[in-house]
Design a protein around this ligand. Structure first.
Ligand code: CU
Ligand code: ZN
Length: 222
């Protein structure tokens, strides 16, 4: 399935989408919407962030997936979450560019009930077993940590997601002023979403939310 998607998208990217990225993404996306979002093939070839500069010359299987155009026309990225620190967490986040900022829809399963801090962290690297490779909170404005909707706060401060007794949880929050552009200082592209073992209490420096039980790399390709 991934092979098919990858191949389809590559063909699309190298023909229709090359010169008119947005139009191409929409046009190509419309024929591919039935696929699962994580494998959606609409990523135009110039999606790569500064940290993924090799993408445009990479092999066809390199820029697999994640980004597309939402119904609002802004970029949309599907972020699968990886379990970290020995957790059983499963879930995903959908990030959508809106006029106000980036809308984050976070869905979790198999997590201990209660509140769990959630943030965008500064590095799009979930490779470490404890998620430490994602670095600290994404904070381009050098603000103190805080809970939404306090202002100022870290741009990556998403607050808490409440997990019910059945282990599932869902939140939708807009990070005002954030975007998913390539190379923009306020872009979530190339960062990571982290879910913590404990509640973010808003304290300094990062909310006392404990270990990292879930991590998802925010990237236009995978
Ligand atoms: Cu965090
Ligand atoms: Zn923070």
């Amino acid at each position: 399935m991934n092979l098919i998607h990858t191949k389809t998208r590559w063909v699309c990217a190298s023909t229709a989408c090359t010169s008119l990225l947005l139009v191409g993404a929409i046009a190509c996306g419309s024929s591919q919407q039935s696929g699962e979002p994580a494998a959606s093939p609409e990523a135009p070839p110039a999606e790569a962030s500064a940290t993924e500069a090799s993408s445009e010359s990479a092999a066809p299987d390199a820029p697999a997936a994640g980004a597309s155009a939402s119904s609002e026309g802004g970029r949309q990225i599907e972020v699968p979450l990886q379990a970290k620190s020995g957790s059983t967490l499963a879930g995903s986040a959908t990030l959508t560019e809106t006029a106000e900022g980036v809308k984050v829809e976070l869905t979790l399963e198999h997590v201990t009930p209660g509140d769990h801090g959630a943030h965008v962290h500064e590095k799009g690297d979930c490779s470490a077993p404890d998620g430490a490779s994602a670095g600290g909170h994404f904070n381009p404005s050098a603000s103190p940590h805080a809970l939404p909707v306090s202002d100022p706060r870290h741009l990556g401060d998403l607050g808490n997601i409440n997990v019910a007794a059945d282990g599932s949880g869902k939140i939708e929050i807009v990070a005002p002023g954030a975007n998913l552009k390539d190379g923009d200082p306020n872009s979530f592209l190339g960062k990571a979403i982290i879910v913590h073992e404990k509640k973010d209490d808003g304290g300094q420096p990062t909310g006392n939310a404990g270990g990292r039980i879930g991590c998802g790399e925010i990237k236009a390709s995978s």
